[in-house]
Design a protein around this ligand. Structure first.
Ligand code: ZN
Length: 119
């Protein structure tokens, strides 16, 4: 019986199957992620980025900030809607849909560092 082991990619966080062969297990799900991690570490060294810091693009930061704001606003809207009176099942479904849309919005933001020292 073969027990398949999985690892988490240190670049994207995705799960992947570890190869069964000898040697050190891979830390990345694909070669391109190993390469990006290498480049991010190299740039972190060049720019003096500490292990407590991560450099991301302004565009990524703005998209992440805006998506988090929309999620927070949706959460507050849903809480207000559901706490007033006795919500019906349809109102719960609508609230869940509203919240799910905000979560999907956040999931669509690809956060990839430009420079980070520990990847
Ligand atoms: Zn990966």
């Amino acid at each position: 019986m073969t027990i398949s082991r999985t690892g988490r990619c240190e670049w994207c966080g995705g799960e992947f199957a570890l190869s069964q062969g000898p040697g050190r297990p891979s830390r990345y799900c694909r070669r391109s992620h190993r390469q990006r991690a290498y480049e991010a570490r190299r740039l972190a060294g060049e720019r003096g980025i500490s292990s407590e810091e991560v450099l991301i693009s302004r565009r990524t930061w703005e998209r992440l900030r805006d998506a988090l704001y929309r999620l927070e606003a949706a959460s507050e809207d849903v809480a207000m809607d559901l706490m007033s009176g006795r919500p019906t099942k349809a109102e719960y479904v609508e609230a869940l849909g509203h919240l799910s849309a905000a979560v999907r919005d956040l999931q669509d933001v690809a956060v990839e560092p430009i420079a980070v020292s520990d990847v």
